[in-house]
Design a protein around this ligand. Structure first.
Ligand code: MN
Ligand code: MN
Length: 264
């Protein structure tokens, strides 16, 4: 059930209209890293999430993102001001002529789309998508903060930026609290899954934990395998932890669901 309160999560204050900054702020209204994307992503993920504690997290954050969507929308409307007074060379005619307020677009006028939403039903995949979404949102707010001198608008952006930071920390903790769940389960292919293909060679060839910890570095896989590596030749075609026919994707996030039997 949704219930709406007239007061906003953070009271938005705008000193004077600034239609050009209103257009930039649209990025966080109807853009690919914006508030509606976040709200819809977390809410839709929650429908398919069968871990009750993570479902609650998704619903808490989704509800707050809708509150942010409201704040940004109200702020854009105030920044746009009286549509009769926007400059004739205003960069976003769609907003002044058709919207008269925020349009559900990004800052370039591209319409919002459900294609922005990442929801797979896999616990870790979804949580990782959410962490990345928060980092991108925070980054956009950091850049937007440099583009306005309005103290009230700056305060709102600082608040939103801080909240995305908090959300990023919560998604990170949720990821850390759910090791080896969902798709993070080891598929059991110890051959190919522990190889690093060092295919970009020459000056600048670098080494670090991403190719040194538990990796076998191959500088010329064709030489090692005689051709491109193949299953049933260089690694067994069927792996010990591979999900068998009894595997049900919609149950694997459930902490009480037993591990699938090894395929015989
Ligand atoms: Mn937000
Ligand atoms: Mn957020």
């Amino acid at each position: 059930m949704f219930k709406h309160f007239k007061n906003m999560e953070f009271t938005v204050r705008v000193d004077r209209p600034d239609p050009n900054f209103a257009v930039k702020l649209l990025e966080q209204f109807g853009g690919g890293n914006g508030e509606l994307k976040a709200a819809m992503q977390y809410l839709i993920q929650s429908f398919g999430c069968n871990d009750p504690r993570i479902r609650d997290l998704m619903q808490d954050v989704a509800a707050e993102e809708f509150s942010h969507f409201e704040m940004v929308g109200e702020c854009i409307a105030m920044l746009l001001g009286n549509v009769d007074k926007v400059p004739k060379d205003f960069a976003a005619p769609y907003m002044a002529i058709l919207g008269g307020g925020p349009t559900l677009t990004d800052s370039a006028g591209n319409p919002w789309t459900g294609a922005f939403v990442n929801a797979t039903g896999d616990l870790i995949t979804d949580l990782q998508s959410n962490l990345a979404a928060e980092l991108r949102a925070k980054l956009v707010y950091e850049r937007l903060l440099q583009q306005t001198d309005d103290p009230g608008v700056k305060d709102m952006i600082r608040f939103l930026l801080s909240r995305e930071e908090a959300h990023a920390a919560s998604w990170s903790e949720a990821i850390a609290a759910n090791p080896n769940k969902g798709v993070m389960k080891d598929f059991g292919d110890s051959t190919f899954s522990h190889m690093y293909m060092d295919l970009s060679q020459g000056p600048g060839n670098a080494f670090g934990p991403w190719n040194q910890n538990n990796f076998q570095v191959l500088t010329n896989p064709q030489e090692k395998f005689g051709s491109l590596p193949q299953y049933n030749h260089d690694a067994p075609a069927q792996t010990p932890n591979e999900f068998g026919t009894e595997y049900h994707d919609n149950q694997r996030n459930n902490p009480n669901y037993p591990h699938p039997q090894h395929h015989q």
